[in-house]
Design a protein around this ligand. Sequence first.
Ligand SMILES: CC(C)(COP(=O)(O)OP(=O)(O)OC[C@H]1O[C@@H](n2cnc3c(N)ncnc32)[C@H](O)[C@@H]1OP(=O)(O)O)[C@@H](O)C(=O)NCCC(=O)NCCS
Length: 173
Amino acid sequence: MPDPIVSADAGILPPGERPPFTVRQAAVGDAPVLAALRSALFLELGQGPPPEGPATFEGLAAEAFATGLQRAHCHAWLAEPELGPSIGSAALLIFPRLPTPEVPGQTEGYLVSVYTVPAWRHRGVASTLVAAAVTKARELGLARIRLHATPEGRRVYAAMGFGLRDNAMELRL
Ligand SMILES: CC(C)(COP(=O)(O)OP(=O)(O)OC[C@H]1O[C@@H](n2cnc3c(N)ncnc32)[C@H](O)[C@@H]1OP(=O)(O)O)[C@@H](O)C(=O)NCCC(=O)NCCS
């Protein structure tokens, strides 16, 4: 039987018609679903599963979601159809930051795990999830939201006012 999370049976409506779905803030008990959607995201991006297997990655991700949600340094959202499993996710990690002359705020968000199952794409699921995260970020008084966008994701974020920044560097440890 196919994995129900990555095969939501909703591809019967053509793009442009918007079947009903709702977006709700995730609770600690949703950690396994958030982890499964995150695993599906990386699989689709060609990154995974790691040698230890997808169960290990999902387990780790579920643990991280549960801890983050419990301690409120992670907020997450799930999109759900009227019936059936979740069809999309988004998560906002909260970080401390030091003020700059341009941006004085001392906390910021990092948006991750934005994913819509293939059958539900181009119907506003990701835009609705990201809008929920932006609303939360404003409520929390965050200075800004950062993210790293895939080519597909870029259009969604750009349409919502996110701008490009290309000076990021990293050192993997
Ligand atoms: C990127 C991704 C999250 C977008 O999800 P989505 O739910 O299809 O996004 P939306 O429907 O909100 O927006 C996508 C497009 O649908 C359009 N759209 C939104 N609502 C619509 C509606 N009711 N009818 C028709 N089109 C609609 C949007 O304008 C947008 O169009 P564009 O791409 O031509 O600009 C999804 O493709 C995905 O999960 N990709 C793989 C993982 C990934 O790349 N994640 C992003 C990580 S940064």
